[in-house]
Design a protein around this ligand. Sequence first.
Ligand SMILES: Cc1ncc(COP(=O)(O)O)c(C=O)c1O
Length: 329
Amino acid sequence: MLGAAIRGEFPIFEHTTYLNSCSQGALSTRVRRAYREYLDGWDRNGADWEHWVERTEAARGGFARLMRAEPAEIAVTTSVSQGVSAIVSALPFERGGRTRIVISEYEFPTVGQIAHAQELRGAEVVHVRPEPDGSIPPERFAEAVDERTALVCCTTISYRTGHRHDVTEIARIAREHGALCLADSYQAVGAIDLDVRALGVDFATGGTVKYLLGSAGLGFLYVRSGLLPGLLPTQTGWFADEDIFAMSIADYSPHATARRFDSGTPPVPSLYPGVAGVQIIAEAGVPAIEAHVSSLVDRLLAGLGEARVCSFERFTIHGPGIYSWRRTA
Ligand SMILES: Cc1ncc(COP(=O)(O)O)c(C=O)c1O
């Protein structure tokens, strides 16, 4: 059984039932060792530059495998906020470009706040609201997206309700109108099997704090490769340059790959534990994790029903193991 195979790596499981992975994943011995490795390298070598670069590329490769993307389509970021800010900085709202950003009501605050910040640059933000049962069907997006829309934001799984968007269909609607689609997948990556090409999204983002079992300070941004030549983020930094070592202060020459969405010095202390956490997830295998989580949810719901802790007024199955419900008591 999957849980039994890796439980031993998490000391906290000896005395605690850990239910907080949606916020911060549990600390494993491997991640603790990775922090130690960072400090030891610092002690031994000072600025362990080569190892830092190697860890950055290991993170990029790990994120790419999780999303079934190419490493050249992955920016290594410090947070979802950094990646999303870099995306909107590349959209020319105030220079004659499309001006609408369509966001689901279930976006994490950072996505909504970054979208509304673009009002200062001439953008208009349209919210897609849920139905009375808590779902947001793609048809609601179809009503909101039109030829004025630059970007559609549909979080893969809502941090608030667990609602799972039909990202594939929403991305199709965006594409039909010539708009770009961003799926903030922080509440999905590592727990749900993801494939950016099957989803058809232009951007996807997440980070290591939650199901990827790492620490704060490390995230990623997937950018579909075909978009890269036409996207010039104005929120940038020297690690996004085509040649970091040119050390030029005379021009802006972004890297040809998604590295143009990187920024300044990489988050080195977070790279070591981040890579270690992603490795644990990769070894366990996301499809096996998804099946395991799904069976735990089934057990939880059955147990809650039996114990009459609560009863459900509306209970919707959105897919294998994906539920939403409204509680009556
Ligand atoms: C869906 C989602 N997006 C983004 C974030 C965090 O964004 P950031 O990395 O910018 O802090 C979280 C949780 O912290 C989240 O649940």
